[in-house]
Design a protein around this ligand. Structure first.
Ligand code: IPM
Ligand code: MN
Length: 359
């Protein structure tokens, strides 16, 4: 029997609660589809940091490389200054494991209330390919004269052609395999670059040139579009059905995927994968640790369950991944009252049961 070794980082707040339900569902899928999941827990998070003063042991990335995938709950603790855990755990793992793609599907499931008037599941079904290693996230910058009236703060958006090219390649390939045409839902597969070429005339100039060069040479079958990031936000609200696959830099990708998430029902459902196509990838709900709901059994585990489905897909268990997604869709369509914490009509564990019993 095939088996996969999964590193599990429950993390902070509601992270462990949602991961528990995710694993419940993944185990049901494994039993049904004939594979095994061996899980190993890691205690990275705010509590460990408070106890040891260390966000992540230096050996963590090497340790993680021994696994087939990482399943993460949430990072962020109310008693730890913002930035320490995010940079010290989440971003550090993304960087050290070179998870250069952050794949974030924006898909409205049946029965989910959408805040966009007149839009349904047929309108909201696209994917954002967020570059995950460069941009404002590299830490390039600093202060001078800190604390004085003349203080200067600089934080730079940094991209290399190599980073841009490998991200674009992934996005074009993704569009070819999973775009609207490939899914029988449109005339062509489309990749839209989201940038800001009218102001960020270096970084997004590089992106735009690389985008068209690669598209013209290697992906003539894929329709190319370009949108400025501000306009992208507008169209994501007004005409989300225009989008198929969007590719963008790290910072814009961070921002537009929160917007995308709210159009698909919010943080209770939105999932993502930090992907290293040549290495080990890490799957997580895109929302945070939700401290105020911690331990109350009210948080929505569907985002974590959907992240688990993405993990199965990446491991090559696509039938099991589809089964998990179908089960989630059945639960949103026929069971849940809402997706917000405490508003589902069911507890966290009950939602996990509902999905698991449908596999
Ligand atoms: C996300 C989060 C992170 C990010 C934070 C917590 C560092 O917002 O995964 O989108 O900015 O990437
Ligand atoms: Mn974010």
């Amino acid at each position: 029997m095939k088996s996969y070794n999964i590193a599990v980082i429950g993390g902070d707040g509601t992270g462990p609660e949602v991961v528990r339900e995710g694993l419940k569902v993944l185990r049901a899928a494994a039993a049904k589809f004939g594979f095994k999941l061996n899980t190993t827990d890691f205690d990275f998070g705010g509590e460990r940091y408070k106890r040891t003063g260390e966000a992540l042991p230096d050996s963590a990335a090497d340790e993680m490389r021994k696994f087939d995938a990482i399943y993460l709950g949430a990072i962020g603790h109310s008693e730890v200054k913002p930035g320490i855990l995010e940079k010290g755990i989440l971003l550090r793992l993304r960087f050290e494991l070179d998870q250069y793609i952050n794949l974030r599907p924006v898909k409205l499931y049946p029965g989910v209330a959408c805040p966009l008037v007149g839009k349904g599941p047929e309108h909201i079904d696209y994917v954002v390919v967020r570059e995950n290693t460069g941009d404002l996230y590299t830490g390039a910058g600093g202060f001078t004269m800190k604390g004085t009236p003349h203080e200067v703060a600089v934080q730079s958006s940094v991209y290399t052609r190599f980073q841009v090219d490998r991200c674009l390649k992934y996005a074009f390939e993704y569009a070819r395999k999973h775009g609207k045409k490939a899914r029988g839902k449109g005339e062509h597969n489309t990749l839209a670059l989201c940038g800001k070429t009218n102001v960020l005339t270096y970084v997004y100039d590089l992106w735009e040139r690389a985008f068209h060069e690669m598209g013209m040479k290697e992906y003539p079958d894929i329709k190319r579009e370009y949108y400025h990031v501000d306009a992208t936000c507008m169209w994501m609200v007004k005409n989300p059905e225009w989008f198929d696959v969007i590719v963008t830099g790290n910072m814009f990708g961070d921002i537009i995927t929160d917007l995308g998430a709210i159009t698909q029902g919010g943080m209770g459902i939105a999932a993502g994968g930090n992907i290293n196509p040549e290495g080990v990838s890490m799957f997580e709900p895109i929302g945070g640790s939700a401290p105020k709901y911690t331990g109350k059994n009210v948080i929505n585990p569907l985002a974590s369950i959907c992240a688990g489905a993405m993990m199965l897909d990446t491991l090559g268990e696509s039938a099991a991944a589809d089964a998990v997604e179908k089960a989630v869709m059945d639960v949103t369509a026929h069971k849940l009252k809402g997706l917000g914490a405490g508003k589902m009509g069911y507890s966290t564990t009950e939602v996990g049961d509902l999905v698991a019993e449908r596999i």
